[in-house]
Design a protein around this ligand. Structure first.
Ligand SMILES: *Cc1c(COP(=O)(O)O)cnc(C)c1O
Length: 416
């Protein structure tokens, strides 16, 4: 119970630390970094009359600029982060029923492309601190049917991706990095950025990501064959370079429009500063929370990209974690208990699969996803993980107030 001298939680009728809704969010202009340069880019494209990336110049320039910035040989633009992952999985080209190892905490966009290509998602458990794939568990899940490992750099914190690359190389499979939340993250200071350690690195330009065109995606690779396979898969396998109207293989239309390409090019020029500002605020919050017992803050020093600020709490159960998140929300600090409702393998799309004429192919009858499949992930979602949306436009005062709110809620909610 809170001591009488302790401030009453806003949840229980006390005054909130921050006025509700006062923090900038990625759903409003205050929480997005968009300026007159984006406006000029949109007008430039409209006035040119060419709105298609197939014949325009903007999407092509974006691909060159993104590849250059990441230090990759090739970049392929597309219509979303999910599309980017679908391009990557299509480039891996699994045979029906082959397996791709995936993590249970992510956006479902990480997993749906596996099913779309008739491959089976196999879930491996997570590192209890980073929430990213545990390389040891990945190793245990590799079989003769494995074709790829798909790793997510959760919230902007890098996975142990060098070890995963070694495991992939030993097994003779490809490594796909889902970097939708992790622009410019690194496993260690001085390392190359994530997305360049694996064979394929996938990014999203969706509304809530570090940089945005509303929707959009990019994939990077050093492999010219994979790059060509992805370009074809995004464009009905119509090879634009030969001039012939022919359709070379199975593919869809995942093309990025020229307007998005033009906006993305400007957003790209803002990326480093966006990440730097997010880091500075996050380090400030981590320092302010350092004394709170039973709280784990993200790994320190210059490597995390802070899409969200993940906080791990000890000593709570399922209801306690939800009370913590609700209490923090009432103090004016949005927070999602567990980040997702349940590990992805417990979602209906995997537990009760109905794709392909109700057959549930390629999952039903081939693989079960029982509770307990990934105990670390289940504990994170149920009772340990708090995901606080992060933003480059928070002020120092707001970050101080967030620390105060977390301290206030922690005292009241976590048993001593
Ligand atoms: C956002 C996101 C996706 C999907 O990206 P969309 O652009 O929304 O399709 C995939 N993986 C992760 C980790 C994401 O955060």
């Amino acid at each position: 119970m809170p001591m009488p001298s302790e401030p009453l939680l806003a949840l229980d009728g006390g005054p909130p630390v921050l006025p509700r809704g006062s923090l900038p969010s990625t759903n409003d202009a205050a929480g997005r970094t968009i300026g007159p340069e984006e406006e000029a880019a949109v007008l430039r494209v409209l006035r040119s009359g060419m709105l298609s990336g197939v014949w325009g110049t903007e999407v092509k320039a974006l691909q060159a600029e993104f590849a250059e910035m990441m230090g990759s040989a090739h970049a392929v633009a597309c219509s979303s982060g999910t599309a980017a992952l679908h391009l990557a999985v299509a480039a891996v080209d699994p045979a029906p029923g082959q397996e791709i190892i995936v993590p249970p905490i992510s956006d479902m966009g990480s997993v749906l492309p596996v099913i779309a290509q008739n491959a089976v998602p196999v879930f491996a458990d997570l590192d209890p601190v980073t929430g990213c794939l545990d390389p040891e568990d990945v190793r245990r899940r590799i079989t003769s049917r494995t074709r790829a490992i798909l790793v997510v750099h959760l919230f902007g914190g890098a996975a142990r991706v060098r070890e995963l690359r070694e495991i992939a190389d030993e097994a003779g499979v490809l490594l796909i990095e889902d970097c939708a939340q992790a622009y410019l993250a690194r496993e260690r200071p001085g390392d190359p950025v994530v997305g360049t350690i694996g064979h394929l690195g996938c990014f999203s330009l969706q509304q809530t990501k570090h940089i945005t065109t509303g929707d959009g995606g990019l994939v990077i690779t050093d492999d010219a064959k994979l790059a060509r396979a992805m370009r074809l898969f995004a464009d009905k396998a119509w090879p634009r370079d030969t001039g012939e109207r022919t359709y070379l293989s199975f593919a869809l239309n995942y093309r990025m429009p020229e307007l998005s390409g033009a906006v993305a090019r400007v957003q790209l020029t803002r990326l480093q500063a966006v990440v730097d500002r997010r880091r500075r605020h996050a380090h400030h919050l981590s320092a302010a929370l350092a004394q709170l017992p039973g709280l784990t803050t993200p790994a320190p020093a210059g490597i995390h990209a802070y899409w969200y600020y993940p906080l791990l709490v000890d000593g709570l159960d399922h209801a306690g974690l939800r009370r913590f998140a609700a209490a923090l929300g009432a103090e004016g600090v949005p927070c999602v208990a567990g980040y997702i409702a349940r590990p992805l393998y417990q979602e209906p799309v995997l537990r009760e699969p109905t794709a392909y004429g109700g057959s549930g192919y390629p999952i039903r009858g081939r693989i079960d996803y029982p509770d307990g499949e990934c105990p670390v992930a289940e504990a994170l979602v149920s009772e340990r993980l708090l995901a606080v949306p992060w933003n480059e436009n928070y002020t120092d005062e707001q970050v101080d107030a967030m620390a105060e709110a977390i301290d206030k809620v922690h005292r009241a909610v976590v048993p001593a």
